[in-house]
Design a protein around this ligand. Structure first.
Ligand SMILES: *Cc1c(COP(=O)(O)O)cnc(C)c1O
Length: 376
């Protein structure tokens, strides 16, 4: 830090210059985040200084958080779910597995996750000293239930199923995983960080949430398809017991026990999530998801016209396009200011997320550029 003070105007000028170097959302196909809904931004601003780590000082926003948890619980088939607003999918996954491990009380524990699991599970293995066993996928890129079964043993503290995989948007057979979980008395965690705000609003009868007996916890991210501000994550447990397995004593704060991973934590994101859920309602989310799915179908049918096929028929607004020399093509696209990502080997493909900020016009321009690159 410099000794001498800068005026607010000078500081703002530096910030504006620097901010101008960031890319803008309308050319992002690579991210599961999006521009938050304007009402979320307003709510976030209003609650900027609130701290949910010390809820007795902020009973207003603490109440908003509980209302969000209740709305999420209702949406996921368990109105009495217990949980809290975390910083995102990573924290929610860490905490769900930590609760499962604490409840199981086993030494040398392991967890069985699909090969398609988000990399947060590798952090979890390291942090919680658990062996992370990866189950194979079937040809549709859902986890192979036989492979899960063969990896479960007496030290397994949790099974993980994914409702909306990060790379392909696929949904694991949660009901089959739940049967194993119930039979063997193991915690089943469903990672719906992305899919949690998609599946309830898609046509078709998906069975993946608390309506499936045996699902013990769910990760759902308001800062992805929930249109809230960053960093808003959601962690829900079927009952209070599991949440209690995370509690420590706080000694000097207004509430005697704390279950969250972080201590001081923003109330702004809870308020933002509350605001957007109330303002859009189920009808608003259904409309938004329909729009994203329309964009998805437009992308896939237009890609086919230039001879590019998706790895799987998209289920949600996540598309993996098969192109030769994927990394090179991606680089060329980046040079043209198109931000796309890639799936892992052995199923390397261009990965695109059709978020609400994407426009049909940009999809068409993107595909023109892709075609030019592929023809060279
Ligand atoms: C995005 C994502 C995560 C991680 O969420 P963060 O908010 O980035 O921590 C975890 N699981 C899945 C399935 C995801 O798509």
């Amino acid at each position: 830090m410099k000794e001498k003070a800068l005026s607010a105007d000078e500081v703002m000028r530096i910030l504006e210059e620097t901010r101008a170097r960031d890319y803008s959302y309308d050319r992002f196909f690579s991210t599961m985040c999006t521009q938050p809904h304007p009402i979320a931004v307003r709510a976030h601003d209003m609650f900027l200084e609130t701290n949910l780590g010390d809820p007795g000082l902020f009973p207003g926003v603490a109440d908003l958080e509980q209302r969000v948890v209740q709305m999420l619980g209702e949406m996921l088939g368990c109105p009495n779910a217990a949980g809290y607003i975390s910083t995102g999918g990573t924290e929610s996954n860490i905490q769900a597995i930590r609760a499962a491990r604490n409840e199981a009380g086993k030494k040398n524990g392991n967890i069985v996750v699909p090969e398609s699991a988000h990399f947060s599970f590798d952090k979890i293995g390291d942090l919680l000293c658990l062996e992370v066993r990866k189950a194979e996928l079937d040809e549709s890129l859902k986890v192979d239930v036989g492979s899960v079964e063969s990896q479960v043993d007496d030290n397994t503290v949790a099974l993980v199923g994914i409702a909306g995989t990060t790379e392909f948007g696929q949904v694991d057979p949660i009901e089959d995983l739940a049967k194993i979980a119930v039979d063997r008395g193991i915690h089943l965690h469903v990672d719906a960080a992305f899919g949690g705000f998609v599946l309830p609003f898609l046509e078709g009868d998906w069975r993946w949430d608390f309506r499936v007996p045996g699902v013990s916890s769910i990760t759902i991210d308001p800062h992805k398809m929930g249109m809230s501000t960053i960093p808003a994550g959601g962690l829900l447990f079927r009952g209070q017991d599991c949440l209690s397995a995370l509690e420590t004593e706080t000694h000097y704060l207004t509430k005697a026990r704390q279950a969250s991973l972080t201590g001081t934590r923003s109330g702004a994101v809870a308020a933002a999530t509350y605001a957007v859920m109330m303002h859009l309602g189920q009808e608003g989310f259904r409309e938004m998801v329909r729009h994203c799915m329309d964009l998805t179908h437009h992308l896939v049918s237009s890609a086919r016209q230039i001879g590019v096929e998706p790895v799987i028929e998209p289920i949600m607004n996540v598309v993996a396009l098969q192109v030769p020399s994927t990394a090179k093509v991606r680089e060329e696209l980046m040079k043209r200011d198109w931000h796309v990502s890639m799936t892992r080997e052995p199923r390397r493909a261009l990965r695109l997320i059709l978020m609400n900020h994407v426009t049909e016009e940009n999809i068409d321009l993107f595909l023109q550029d892709l075609q030019t690159i592929l023809q060279r």
